[in-house]
Ligand binder design. Structure first.
Ligand code: G1P
Ligand code: ZN
Length: 544
């Protein structure tokens, strides 16, 4: 191949992927050879590309299109046999995961920094998914990082950009590039899982929905499935055109960043159902008229009702949740007589459980829910499962929540984030606390007695790999819990996450404001960890 260029390079410090791939400021990614080095490191870490098939797409953020061209040219130079690319290099994360699986690809590259803002001054990201469609495991991630520390050259085709705007096949040297409609395969998968007929009837009966795509990648998916296929009125999907800067917003589906949708759902004339999805379409927020469903509760409700959807009618093998996620789902699992798994933060830890058929539903408190249909969390899937359940049960979201709490009790839950705090001080706080953990049991704080305290270590039941230091857990005798950990997805300073939980099963006390219900736990967290002292903040930046 005459037009392959081998370009000498030197390692770039700090290309260590975090909770979900490598995320950095866009400007850093755009400065050559930043993207080239990381891309070649992936190719090297997976043992080269000769004869392989990869999937490529991203959430449409600024630099998505240009990065896709660079990766395409490098893949061709590295002798990839086939590259499947979403039209205009767009693919939601769950759609990419599905394509990898459907097409039996060897892996895929997803260009996204998820819910982080996009634009020249904001964030960019890139992650590698494996042949099961899921995020690279810890081992592979470590191999990629090791490659970035010793890289000395990368290969790239010297050629003009390829037109990725038209569906169809074309040759780039020895490599076949197949541009596919980003929505079609995903939509087909959803039809195998849900009763589209029942949802269509529900919407035809005047059940109203408002879905916020937050100017991100799910707009075309939500329009095709909810408006065109299922017949929701035009305009039911808001902010449906993906924009490189997500309209200047944070495409993060929570009450803070999806404020406009919150306002709509809490107004007098609110629709029956509301939901939002994040930048790359894997996160979701579920709302009813005047009702906010926490992601932890959503997982529990979905677990309790999934059998109402055709794809899950045979029941669930098990339910998995990330450690900081509330234990509401565990109560459902117990009642159903199925296994409940507790994994570290990050979807990659669910992969083995799903592959082994040990878990069917998975979820994280950070607005992520999904199942074994793909190996990523899936925002639109969660919306469709909710709609399927609502269509069968013919109750409002508020009624479903009230019924769930009456049956299982309520795990009051909130996460407090301290963003962009001093990294050294934050690490010092976690370290100091880790050293004191052994002395904590038996201590009484705010009327709560500490039963146990540890730094969570996960032993994967499938491959027996051990992931230590996954967050500090302080467990109280009454079932309350405080978890503290540092974020692995931020790009500036450190973000401290404090997760607070309290269980209540007194029928009179199931309708409190979560922050009030959690007040003693919140005060206890401050007294145990001295958060104000270490962060220099008097209050969290975000409460979800
Ligand atoms: C955050 C969430 C985590 C999620 C990840 C990727 O990671 O907490 O649940 O898997 O984003 O969406 P963190 O910043 O806490 O490391
Ligand atoms: Zn995401």
């Amino acid at each position: 191949m005459t037009n392959v260029k081998t370009v000498p390079t030197t390692p770039i410090h700090g290309q260590r992927p975090g909770t979900s791939g490598l995320r950095k400021k866009t400007a850093e990614f755009m400065r050559p050879p930043y993207l080239n080095n990381f891309t070649q490191a992936i190719f090297n870490a997976v043992g080269g590309l000769t004869g392989k098939t990869l999937v490529l797409g991203g959430d449409g953020r600024f630099f998505n299109d240009k990065a896709a061209q660079i990766i395409l040219k490098m893949a061709a130079a590295n002798r990839l046999a086939k590259l499947i690319v979403g039209q205009n290099s767009l693919l939601s994360t769950p759609a990419a995961s599905n394509l990898i699986r459907q097409r039996k690809a060897d892996g895929g590259i997803i260009l996204s920094a998820s819910h982080n803002p996009g634009g020249p001054d904001e964030d960019f990201g890139m992650k590698y998914n494996m042949s099961n469609g899921g995020p690279a495991t810890e081992n592979v991630t470590e191999c990629i990082f090791q490659e970035t520390t010793s890289i000395n050259a990368f290969q790239i085709f010297d050629m003009p950009d390829v037109d990725l705007s038209k569906v169809g096949k074309q040759q780039v040297g020895e490599m076949e590039v197949e541009v596919i409609d980003s929505v079609v395969d995903y939509q087909a998968l959803m039809k195998t899982l849900f009763d589209f007929e029942a949802i269509r009837d529900l919407l035809a009966d005047g059940f109203t929905i408002t879905i916020d795509a937050m100017h991100a990648v799910t707009g075309p998916y939500a329009k095709a499935i909810l408006e065109i296929d299922l017949g929701a009125p035009k305009g039911s999907v808001l902010n449906a055109v993906p924009l490189p800067d997500f309209g200047g917003g944070h495409p993060d589906p929570n009450p803070v960043w999806a404020k406009d949708l919150m306002t709509i759902m809490f107004a007098g004339d609110a629709p029956d159902f509301g939901a939002a999805m994040d930048g790359d379409g894997d996160r979701n927020m579920i709302l009813g008229r005047g009702t906010y469903v926490t992601p932890s509760d959503s997982l529990a409700v979905l677990a309790a009702n999934a059998h109402l959807a055709p794809g899950y009618k045979r029941g669930l093998a098990g339910v998995a949740r990330s450690m900081p996620t509330s234990r509401a789902a565990d109560r459902v699992a117990e009642k159903l007589g199925i296994d409940a798994f507790e994994t570290p933060t990050g979807w990659k830890f669910f992969g083995n459980l799903l592959d082994a058929g040990k878990a069917t539903l998975c979820g994280e408190e950070s607005a992520g829910t999904g199942s074994d249909h793909v190996r990523e969390k899936d925002g639109l899937w969660a919306i469709l499962l909710w709609l399927n359940i609502l269509a069968v049960r013919k109750k409002s979201v508020a009624q479903i929540m009230a019924g769930h709490w009456a049956e299982f009790g309520r795990n009051y839950y909130s996460r407090h984030d301290y963003e962009g705090v001093d990294e050294i001080r934050a690490k010092e706080m976690i370290l100091t606390l880790s050293r004191r953990l052994r002395d904590l049991p038996g201590t009484e704080i705010e009327g709560l007695i500490i039963e146990d305290a540890d730094n969570f270590s996960y032993s994967d039941p499938v491959d027996q790999s051990v992931s230590p230091n996954q967050g500090i857990r302080i467990l109280f005798e009454d079932g309350s819990r405080i978890v503290l950990r540092l974020s692995g997805t931020g790009t500036v300073g450190a973000t401290l996450r404090v997760y607070l939980e309290r269980y209540e099963n007194n029928a009179e006390l199931l309708n409190q404001d979560p922050q009030l219900a959690l007040a003693p736990v919140i005060r206890a967290a401050e007294q145990i960890a001295h958060i104000q002292n270490y962060t220099g903040r008097t209050a969290p930046d975000v409460k979800t």
